[in-house]
Ligand binder design. Structure first.
Ligand SMILES: CSCCC(=O)C(=O)COP(=O)(O)O
Ligand SMILES: [Zn+2]
Length: 204
């Protein structure tokens, strides 16, 4: 696991350099088994992250091992692992594209269709498929927000990830590289949607 956390830390630093993790924002986790996962400690600068900046928690977000406080958003990672058994890695970033689009779209869902890069998502083999991206209202009440996310994840299958309004984006994957691929694809598609909105003068 030390080697995987080292590899993970390197990827997080690359995401920081893209400008997706300003001011200590974002959090990242790796599932160990059905009972526990590693997650970044709260408040860590993601441009300087290392394996010692992860703590081990249980599926209720309680600290099991490591130094520091688990991320403030640990419960959101926990519900993703509980609802999506195939997920082994969760990434949350504050990319400008995901944050801006969540403020422009007033609806609680964004429907993405027509992009070749949709094929980065499991089960999609054509640009004609439709991918749904829910938007949850941001909240500092994590148990309440986690409950809303859990309800949505249990009722809908094949989601791209989700947005927190004016906050950022969550994606997950069966491993680090799948989660990264989905994150890059989703951000690319959201950037295209934003550019189209600028050209056409509005969204949805
Ligand atoms: C200054 S970032 C605000 C909190 C946040 O949204 C985030 O992603 C980082 O929180 P954490 O507790 O994981 O550091
Ligand atoms: Zn955040």
């Amino acid at each position: 696991m030390k080697e995987r956390l080292k590899e993970f830390a390197k990827i997080i630093k690359d995401l920081y350099l893209k400008g997706w993790l300003p001011a200590t924002s974002g959090n990242f986790s790796l599932k160990v088994d059905d009972k526990s996962f590693f997650i970044t400690s709260s408040g860590k600068h993601k441009g300087k992250i290392s394996p010692k900046d992860f703590v081990l928690v249980d599926m209720e977000g309680n600290l099991l091992a490591g130094e520091g406080k688990p991320s403030a958003e640990t419960l959101l990672h926990a519900v993703i692992y509980k609802c999506i058994p195939s997920a082994s890695c969760v990434m949350h970033v504050h990319s400008p594209n995901s944050t801006v689009i969540s403020r422009i779209v007033k609806d609680s869902k964004i429907y993405l269709q027509g992009y070749e890069l949709l094929k980065a998502f499991e089960g999609i083999d054509t640009h004609e498929a439709e991918l749904i991206l829910p938007i949850f209202e941001n909240s500092q009440d994590m148990p309440k927000l986690a409950k809303k996310v859990e309800e949505e994840l249990r009722s809908a299958s094949g989601l791209a990830g989700f947005l927190l309004r004016s906050h950022g984006v969550y994606v997950w994957g069966k491993d680090i590289h799948t989660a990264l691929m989905k994150l890059e694809a989703l951000d690319f598609i959201l950037e295209c949607e934003l550019k189209l909105a600028i050209i056409s003068g509005g969204m949805q």
